[in-house]
Design a protein around this ligand. Structure first.
Ligand code: MUC
Ligand code: MG
Length: 369
């Protein structure tokens, strides 16, 4: 059934250092999976993470090793008629490994959608929009550079919403940086911050109060992954949106966060969710709990980015838009035709499957040997 299952690590430098509380990126290591079937279909998936082991529990190298050692032989031995039964068999035999599972599921959905000659979004319930809003993340680490970068993006009609990476300096210094940018860009430009879990609850109370008073719109993952109590206290205490990112690791954590009122917005990430179908389950939990949605990224390249866009296009309420800008942070592209970013949105392709064409020669040149 499957002729080959290949995992590739593709190294692409970023356009500038991307500074976060957890890591500074100069290069992104894309983790790509390519599945070819015996009857000639090729499906792609992505399992990219951030900063080696700086961000999550799975590194590019561990993901590749686990796919090659455990997933690929198992997948090759399965002769099951559909994706649901295949994923159930993988889940039964392999614990955790949400990124690897997401990449494999994406590639299988890509193949199935190509077989049916439908865009992938149609296998996820059907798209409600042909494009999704995309913000830009300011993370140069320098206030003046960030302002100039934002102004350039606004003038080019690329992005008009900005997320600022904070948490590596003292609370006061971070607040000063954010409010200087907010003031320079004006009241019509939405500014959000991502603390990447750097604050204690007391630091968060101080920081969030000042940012809320300064007109910031959203605070992302202020406290530690497991500190659901702090997330709950902050969500109850402040009017400003509090978003769960790293704490949200798929449908069951979505349920736990919702039950504890520990976020007012969910950053849905397909890899963190363990797959596109599980990402859709997360969105259902949010919908039922009255939690708003935001389409998150692990700074994937074009494969994970467009796969995410297929899912997010099916969300009825995407109140906070998306951050699907990953490919724009990279100095090189691995598609024959780049993804279409225009008028502040990412436009979804109409073609079958993911709807993209990989540049395999380029990938061969960029992949880690
Ligand atoms: C994160 O924590 O949100 C998404 C955008 C970005 O700049 O970093 C990632 C991770
Ligand atoms: Mg985040």
């Amino acid at each position: 059934m499957y002729k080959s299952i290949e995992t590739l690590l593709v190294e692409i430098p970023t356009i500038r250092p991307h500074k976060m509380a957890v890591a500074t990126m100069q290069t992104q290591t894309l983790v790509l999976i390519r599945i070819e079937t015996e009857d000639g279909f090729i499906g792609w998936g992505e399992a990219t993470t951030i900063g080696g082991l700086g961000y999550g529990e799975e590194s590019p190298e561990s993901i590749k090793t686990n796919i090659e050692t455990y997933f690929a032989p198992l997948l090759k031995s399965l002769q099951l008629p559909n994706i649901a039964q295949t994923m159930r068999a993988l889940n039964k035999n392999i614990n955790g490994n949400r990124f690897a599972k997401c990449a494999i599921q994406t590639a299988l959905l890509d193949i199935q959608a190509q077989r049916l000659d439908l865009p992938l979004s149609e296998l996820l319930g059907g798209r409600l929009r042909d494009s999704v809003p995309v913000l830009w993340v300011l993370a140069s680490g320098d206030t003046e550079k960030d302002i100039a970068e934002a102004q350039k993006m606004i003038a080019a009609k690329r992005h008009n919403v900005f997320k600022l990476k904070i948490g590596s300096r003292a609370v006061e210094a971070d607040v000063e940086h954010v409010l200087a940018i907010k003031k320079a860009l004006g009241k019509d430009i939405s500014i959000r911050v991502d603390v990447n879990r750097a604050w204690s609850e007391l630091e968060a109370i101080k920081g969030i109060q000042l940012l809320q008073d300064g007109g910031v719109d959203l605070i992302e993952q202020p406290c530690a992954i497991d500190n659901i109590d702090a997330m709950e206290h902050l969500t109850r205490r402040f009017d400003i949106a509090i978003m769960a990112d790293e704490s949200l690791m798929g449908p069951s954590s979505a349920y736990r966060l919702a039950k504890n009122n520990a976020a007012s917005v969910f950053a849905v990430k397909v890899a963190q969710s363990g797959g596109l179908i599980e990402g859709r389950d997360v969105s259902t939990v949010a919908h039922l709990a009255g939690i708003d949605l935001y389409g998150g990224t692990m700074l994937e390249g074009p494969v994970g980015t467009i796969a995410s866009a297929h899912l997010f296009s099916t969300f009825d309420n995407l109140a906070y838009g998306t951050e699907l800008f990953g490919p724009l942070l990279l100095t090189d592209d691995i598609l024959k035709t780049p993804l279409q970013y225009q008028d502040f949105e990412l436009h979804l392709p109409q073609g079958a499957g993911l709807g993209i064409e990989m540049d395999e020669d380029k990938i061969d040149r960029l992949r880690r040997q």
